[in-house]
Write a protein that binds this ligand. Structure first.
Ligand code: MN
Length: 232
């Protein structure tokens, strides 16, 4: 088996499962582009119910809460985006909304780290977002809380502090697209599978991070994400 691959094979990225010896194997990371009215407005977009749009991060962008997150190169404007993350325990295609929640394994808190300067330039030039969203360590995440313990959160405070100062605050009840709606829509574009993570969008108050900053953010009933930002 050791000579099965032509080059060394990277291990599958995983995320801790809260109070469990088992880890969650990450297959794909999907992200919702705009899902809170206040944040849509601060980014210069409408806050209507235009269908959600999606982008992706590589699976190995996950980095555990408590880690030092290296500041990515070639940005002068790294931003935080605190988000509720859905972890799928099963998948499917064109999943009906009324059964979408049966696919959820659990929930976590994540930071959709963004090179905002590159994202704004990409939008202007009609270029892809990969360098803005899909860089190394771009997805700090807490342990996943299984649904049996978390339930399916539909309201609750979502917040983020930088160096102890509150920067982002909202409520899950303000999400433009609910978790079942996101899963149903996403599954019309992609075949979803166990191991997929979905970052569900961020509330208003996104802003810059620099090396030395301490980030702390959470979702009521799910967990608290903590990480530092350190020089490369
Ligand atoms: Mn985001």
């Amino acid at each position: 088996m050791t000579d099965q691959f032509a080059v060394s094979a990277a291990p599958r990225p995983t995320v801790e499962v809260a109070s469990s010896p088992h880890r969650f194997p990450v297959r794909r990371i999907y992200c919702v582009g705009r899902n809170y009215p206040e944040h849509a407005r601060e980014m210069g977009m409408g806050d209507d119910r235009a269908p959600p749009f999606f982008f992706m991060k590589p699976a190995d962008a996950v980095i555990a809460s408590g880690s030092d997150v290296p500041c990515p190169p070639r940005t002068a404007n790294l931003h935080h985006e605190i988000e509720l993350v859905v972890a799928l325990g099963a998948g499917g295609r064109s999943i009906p909304m009324d059964s979408a929640l049966t696919r959820v394994f659990g929930y976590a808190v994540g930071n959709d780290l963004t090179r905002r300067d590159l994202q704004l330039a990409a939008k202007e030039q009609g270029r892809p977002w990969d360098t803005a969203k899909g860089f190394d360590h771009a997805a700090p995440i807490t342990p996943i809380v299984p649904v049996a313990r978390s339930g399916h959160p539909v309201k609750g405070r979502i917040w983020l502090e930088v160096n102890g100062t509150l920067k982002q605050q909202g409520d899950l009840a303000d999400m433009i697209w609910s978790v079942p709606e996101i899963i149903a829509e996403l599954s019309t574009w992609f075949g979803l599978e166990a191991g997929d993570l979905i970052f569900t969008g961020t509330p208003a108050g996104v802003g810059p991070l620099v090396a030395g900053d301490r980030v702390r953010g959470g979702v009521e009933g799910i967990g608290v994400l903590e990480h530092r930002v350190v020089a490369q």
